[in-house]
Design a protein around this ligand. Structure first.
Ligand SMILES: NC(=O)c1ccc[n+]([C@@H]2O[C@H](COP(=O)([O-])OP(=O)(O)OC[C@H]3O[C@@H](n4cnc5c(N)ncnc54)[C@H](O)[C@@H]3O)[C@@H](O)[C@H]2O)c1
Length: 317
């Protein structure tokens, strides 16, 4: 059995995915442009790390050639706000990087490529419960480049038979998410309370957002990898966890940390950015084709996330 190469492996999702793969007895190679992360300290001696750049064709080919790779989980990407501050970087990491991954898979006979896409590939104007095949007209560079990655993967599947599969996540919450995208309040309100720090939410109490717990998100990648090909009716699947208002989220945190100091200072620009994201995704196809279902309720996710932050305080020092 070959190894699992996780691009962006030293990031948030890469870490949780690596842990789950290791628990299942699999071999893991982390491919990332950085070589250090406080998050990965506990698994560092169980994985190999390749410090390389997705946008560098030779480095991607070398990583795949040298590591007996049978599956690439392609998580490496430039996310907002970096993608919007530097569209050229977003293009070279997210588009050229995805092309390089697919070419490497083709040249070295990699069994499967699992792609991490996002609900940000849908723009405003989609139906309230976004169908799997809704039109994708994203308003920002991040969404544009991630749509492009989906289409490249589908092309490599139909033209070269690459076993390309992908998921579209809503924003995730969980230990080790450090980004500052518009959805950041959803994890910061839980993380900061668990660290005993006050937190000010920058959207309205009534602002709603779709989220998913990272442990369900990484489980989905392994389930999709194992799914029977004949049962797949599409290559990229919407996933969905739960929709919460900011007030509901604050209430959940207070259920587990009654002394949490949470207040609201709504910022109209941030509210608009969050409202641009769909509130709900239709994940029926994933449920039908490969039995996708989140295992964590919102309460279980908040409780587990708080426990993990408290057990890993060193990450935040
Ligand atoms: N976090 C979320 O809520 C969320 C939601 C939807 C989709 N996604 C997708 O999941 C994937 C992983 O996201 P994440 O939250 O773990 O982000 P992250 O920023 O924590 O991890 C991304 C990793 O990619 C690495 N990277 C960036 N440029 C690179 C390059 N040129 N070469 C190699 N590595 C490079 C970064 O160093 C980082 O470790 C992304 O593709 C993202 O689009 C994330």
């Amino acid at each position: 059995m070959g190894k699992n190469l996780i691009t962006g492996g030293l990031g948030f999702i890469g870490y949780h995915l690596a842990k789950l793969l290791l628990d299942e007895g699999e071999e893991v190679v982390l491919f990332d442009v950085v070589s250090e992360s406080k998050l990965t300290k506990d698994i560092r001696d169980k994985v190999s790390v390749v410090r390389s750049d997705l946008s560098n064709w030779v480095q991607v080919l070398d990583a795949v050639k040298d590591n007996n790779v049978s599956c690439i989980f392609h998580a490496g990407a430039a996310l907002p706000p970096t993608s919007e501050q530097c569209p050229a970087a977003a293009y070279s990491v997210n588009v050229t990087g995805t092309f390089n991954v697919l070419e490497a898979a083709r040249l070295f006979g990699v069994d499967s490529v699992i792609y991490l896409s996002t609900l940000a590939t849908f723009g405003p104007g989609v139906p309230p419960i976004v169908p799997n095949d809704a039109s994708q007209r994203p308003p920002n560079m991040y969404g544009v480049t991630k749509v492009c990655g989906e289409r490249l993967g589908e092309y490599y599947h139909s033209r070269f038979g690459i076993n390309f599969r992908g998921v579209r996540y809503p924003p995730l919450i969980g230990l080790g998410r450090f980004g500052q995208a518009q959805s950041a309040y959803t994890y910061l309100v839980i993380q900061e309370a668990a660290l005993g720090r006050p937190y000010t939410i920058y959207v309205d109490k009534s602002t709603k957002i779709a989220i998913l717990y990272v442990k369900d998100a990484v489980r989905s990648l392994i389930d999709l990898k194992k799914a029977e090909d004949g049962k797949l009716t599409t290559r990229v699947y919407n996933l969905y966890g739960f929709t919460v208002s900011a007030q509901e989220l604050a209430d959940k945190v207070k259920k587990y940390i009654p002394e949490a100091q949470i207040d609201f200072k709504p910022d109209p620009a941030m509210i608009k950015a969050v409202e641009n994201l769909p509130e709900r995704m239709d994940d029926t196809l994933a449920r039908q084709d490969w039995n996708w279902a989140p295992r964590y309720s919102i309460d279980q996710a908040v409780e587990n996330f708080i426990e993990e932050v408290r057990a890993n305080k060193a990450i935040f020092e």
